[in-house]
Design a binder for this molecule. Sequence first.
Ligand SMILES: [Zn+2]
Length: 224
Amino acid sequence: MVYVEDTKGQPIAGAGNSASRNNRLDPGEKGKAGSRAVTPASGEATNPAEPAIQVPAADNFSELELLHARARYYPQGMPLGLKTKSFLARFFDPALLGQVRIAKMAGGRVPNPSFYKEAKELGFKNLPDLKHQTTVTFLDVVVFNEQVTERALFHALVHATQVQVLGIDRYSQLFVRGFLRTKSYFMVPIKAHAFALDCQFAENRERGFSVETEVARWLREDRY
Ligand SMILES: [Zn+2]
């Protein structure tokens, strides 16, 4: 998913530190309200063709939403079971698998992020309704609207890996920029990559591959 935010004076360890293994969120991190200027990653040029929206503001906004949502759902989340963890270890970093929490929505569904209203006013029509999404990933917390399936969990863990590799700042920037560029949620490279990898998983669940390596490769090849 999309949205992030953060913390006053107490930056999340490793956020924005790309390709670092130190992006782990403190499991005790509970939404500390506050604001922080998001600094665009160095060397990232502004695309003049992008719509006239305050990208840094949108980034910051989405980041805040992500962290708030994570803080909201983390306490009700459960760790992955041992069997699931050992099966998924052929695809994902075991430390990430140990960190992730799974929350099931009991009644009710994940609401849409508040920036949707603004985005709709700006003319974006194809925003996905989170109510109809199977899962929504808030950093390392996966919220299931529906029955937990292996494939949906895999997809969600790809996003968690992207956050781990890219850092929260970069992840949310790339998401927002990709969305502004493609005007389509499903064509945002971060999303498209997760779909491609979950297809690969569905084709052969026994043949392991490292999602982290794939994410690092896309980053290196500038495909996000
Ligand atoms: Zn996705």
